[in-house]
Design a binder for this molecule. Structure first.
Ligand code: PRT
Ligand code: MG
Length: 216
């Protein structure tokens, strides 16, 4: 049995065409079923639905053989023991710094003010501001980062942006782009040794669909 860990929502939806290219069709709709283990048209392949931030953990400890997760999640959680053979170029976005309209970020940085920054991405934010020599107090949040500058909780946020509509709707502006993000295939190394043939078939089919060579 090959187990693939996916999160519901954009990653699941954008993975379906890649699975199809590998001849795999998921038999349940994750938005309507209450099942956490989904069968596919291939008896030897199943999908498990986990929180996006739990995908690396499942694959690392062998709860899943393969998984698909954002580079943001991998950077934040660490990726020890995980092969990352493919950038799948899906669920694309960027991780950025944003502030309230009217907040003079450039001046605050130039004056060396201590900035209060709210984010779910504490590790990424810490490294980014340290590399710029900006002093920050980081406030860990688990969601709705956009609210923090509006309520005075923070001067700035570090969050994912794709269309920019969420920022705009909340009167926030993007002031720095930290990095581009897309989702990666992650692979359990021990599983790859034990189940070489069927796992390689999936990895190669994904790679063929992307028309890029694999590095595993
Ligand atoms: O929701 P949950 O807490 O379970 O987990 P999650 O938020 O980590 O999962 P999910 O499914 O929301 O996101 C999974 C992955 O999709 C992320 O880890 C990213 O790699 C990727 N991704 C791509 C995004 C976005 N685009 C995105 N726009 N994840 C989140 N967003 C959010 C963003 O945080 C912001 O609130 O969408 C909002 C901004 O969107 P725009 O289009 O208005 O700019
Ligand atoms: Mg979410």
């Amino acid at each position: 049995m090959i187990t693939l860990a996916l999160s519901k929502g954009r990653i699941f939806d954008e993975t379906l065409p890649l699975l199809k290219a590998a001849g795999i069709e998921v038999l349940d709709d994750p938005e309507t079923t209450r099942k956490l283990i989904l069968a596919t048209n291939q008896p030897q392949v199943r999908v498990v639905l986990v929180r996006a931030s739990d995908v690396p953990t499942y694959v690392q400890y062998g709860g899943a053989d393969l998984g698909i997760t954002g580079k943001d999640t991998l950077l934040e959680h660490g990726s020890q023991g995980l092969y990352q053979p493919l950038d799948l170029q899906i669920a694309k976005c960027r991780i950025s710094v944003a502030v309230r309209e009217g907040f003079d970020y450039a001046a605050a940085v130039q004056q060396g003010s201590r900035l209060r920054v709210a984010t779910k991405y504490v590790a990424i934010a810490r490294e980014f501001f340290a590399s710029k020599g900006v002093h920050v107090d980081l406030i860990k949040l688990y969601g709705s980062m956009e609210l923090a500058p509006l309520t005075g909780l923070a001067d700035a946020i570090v969050d994912l942006v794709s269309t920019g509509n969420t920022l705009k709707a909340n009167h926030l502006v993007e002031v720095e782009r930290i990095m581009d993000i897309s989702s990666r295939l992650v692979v359990n190394q021990a599983a790859l040794k034990l189940k070489q043939q069927p796992m390689r078939a999936i990895i190669d089919a994904f790679a063929a669909a992307l028309k890029t060579p694999t590095s595993v």
